[in-house]
Write a protein that binds this ligand. Structure first.
Ligand code: NAP
Length: 527
């Protein structure tokens, strides 16, 4: 079973043990004592291990391998030996492959304190041979792995490198699967989270998670996140993988709600942030490689800026199916990889917006026909919402800073709306103040965190019976909504759209209704 391991940079024994006790309480299986800066008293290192509240790894990482120890090499090895002489011994000690290969004298010393084929002292401490690259994937990565696999004294193979793309994770999984020795293969940085969370799916020896946000390597998640967001206890080799694809996605709340949703409907899935840089080529290569890696069970994704158009192009190129209105909108936010391997793309933004407004007003979608909609913005979300409301027979008036973008939307979606009894016209943002609509919808980022004092309708003369909907969900109540509420309008938050667009995604992937109360609760707890 893959061990959840908390690294501790040791300052003194009391601090290290209290941290280890907290790690045990949080659900960790193992701690790694990093003694890089705890090398004044060899006896204290023995005591650190003997009294440890959890089984431990002892590591003294030198500066030349990304650590903090800059002393003498013989002294460093002597500290590792001291870690192994007490009545309780470490589960593992970690030594860099470079150091192991460089010195026969070092190997002789280490041979006396770790388990190996000729060990007669009944010692169970395993030697982790490790290699790290904080710049990127080392060219000789696989040669390094082969050397560790062959090393007489090494029980565990460990490689870690800075990931440049989500594709790096796939190689980490292959390395874990391809070795008969227990293996740890981790990618550092925001692109490497999958290697850390899915280490359990692929049967790695361990993964690292921190108690606070300060880890010992870039990209380590917290124990709280890995256990309670990424469903560590439920992960297994069959777990299906989903994610939110975009750039940036670090701030996205989608992992919080979808993982909570999977838990609530008892679905064997996990949902991760999936950063992919802007170009179509990167999107295609990355998503294609994740789908092709069959053992990964990558079954779908939410897709956000800047890849909503790329998703449609990709699914069409792969001979998949794009839902007709989504094709008309020209932007998709949902990908499903069906059981037969075929792809399906759709857009749940427009349904999410319609349901948020109808739910908020207690009306049916058909009751929207004939309503006038003042819509601010002409970007990706506006496009989906215009198609949604235009398709319900509403008269949509677009007010956008760049008027030509609004006019393009009229050109592309106007006929579709007319066919359904609606209409779409466009004007510049300066005309907004003279407008008089039943419903106003903000589809710009004006008022979003951190600029929460801004409103796209500053100074507007709201009337009591108007409905005002802001697609922004952070903050849940924007300045626009506060002003409108104060004037007696009915207001609807982007949070309602967020949970309403997520629910059909979860339903598509799991076959079960999206648990909106659970989504709302998860968002509330996150705030
Ligand atoms: P987008 O494609 O970048 O479009 C942004 C639109 O806002 C553009 O039309 C842009 O005008 C306008 N705009 C931006 N800054 C402006 C400013 N300072 N003054 C006037 N107009 C400005 O973005 P998007 O994908 O449509 O997203 C828009 C908003 O939707 C986001 O901020 C997000 O909060 C919200 N959203 C909500 C949900 C949800 O589930 N609730 C989901 C996704 C997005 P120009 O055309 O002139 O550039």
């Amino acid at each position: 079973m893959t061990k959840l391991t908390v690294p501790i940079m040791v300052q003194n024994i009391e601090h290290a043990h209290s941290y280890a006790a907290k790690a045990a309480e949080a659900g960790a299986d193992l701690v790694e004592y990093r003694i890089d800066l705890f090398t004044e008293d060899a006896k204290a290192v023995t005591e650190l291990v003997v009294e440890s509240p959890l089984p431990c790894i002892v590591t003294c990482r030198p500066t030349w391998e990304g650590g903090l120890y800059d002393g003498d090499e013989d002294a460093r090895i002597a500290f590792l030996e001291h870690a192994c002489v007490g009545v309780r011994k470490p589960a593992y000690i970690d030594l860099e492959l470079v150091a192991y290969e460089r010195s026969a004298n070092l190997r002789l010393k280490i041979k006396g304190v770790v388990d190996h084929a000729e060990q007669v002292k009944g010692i169970d401490t395993g030697l982790i041979l490790s290699s790290h690259d904080f710049e990127g994937r080392p060219k000789d990565l696989l040669q390094r792995v082969a050397k560790m696999a062959e090393a007489e004294l090494g029980r565990v193979i460990k490689v870690a490198w800075a990931a440049k793309s989500l594709r790096d994770n796939l190689e980490a999984f292959e390395i874990v699967q391809g070795n008969y020795k227990p293996t740890i293969a981790l990618c550092m940085g925001e692109h490497g989270l999958a290697s850390r969370v899915l280490a359990k799916k692929f049967g790695a020896l361990l993964t690292f998670a921190t108690l606070s946000d300060e880890g010992t390597a870039p990209g380590q998640p917290t124990v709280q996140a890995i256990k309670h967001v990424y469903r560590w206890d439920k992960l297994n080799e069959k777990t299906k993988v989903y994610g939110v694809i975009g750039e940036p996605v670090g701030h996205s709340l989608s992992p919080v709600i979808h993982n909570a949703g999977f838990e609530a409907v008892n679905f064997d899935g996990v949902y991760l942030p999936m950063p992919i840089e802007k170009s179509y080529e990167s999107f295609k290569a990355t998503v294609g490689s994740w789908i092709d890696q069959k053992d990964l069970d990558f079954k779908g994704a939410s897709v956000t800026i800047p890849h909503k158009e790329n998703l449609i192009r990709f699914v069409k190129e792969m001979d998949g199916e794009v839902e007709p209105l989504t094709e008309q909108i020209g932007a998709a936010n949902t990908l499903a990889v069906r059981d037969d391997g075929s792809l399906y793309a759709c857009n749940t933004d427009y349904a999410g917006a319609l349901d948020a407004v109808c739910g908020g007003l207690g009306i049916l979608r058909d009751d929207l026909a004939g309503k006038s909609i003042g819509l601010i913005g002409a970007g990706g979300v506006a496009r989906a919402i215009i198609a949604g409301f235009g398709g319900q027979g509403c008269d949509v008036q677009i007010y956008n800073r760049t008027m030509s973008k609004g006019e393009i939307l009229v050109e592309e979606l106007g006929v579709y709306a007319i066919d359904r009894g609606g209409s779409i016209i466009a004007a510049g943002l300066d005309k907004l103040m003279q407008s008089d609509c039943d419903v106003y919808i903000n589809c710009t980022p004006i008022g979003m965190l951190p600029k929460i004092d801004a409103s796209p309708m500053e100074g507007f003369a709201f009337k009591q019976n108007m409905i005002v909907f802001d697609t922004i969900y952070n903050p849940a109540e924007t300045k626009l909504l506060k002003d409108a509420k104060a004037a007696g309008c009915k207001t609807i938050s982007g949070m309602d759209m967020f949970v309403n667009q997520a629910a059909p995604q979860l339903e598509l992937w799991t076959g079960q209704a999206g648990p909106m109360d659970v989504f709302r609760e998860a968002l509330k707890n996150k705030r």
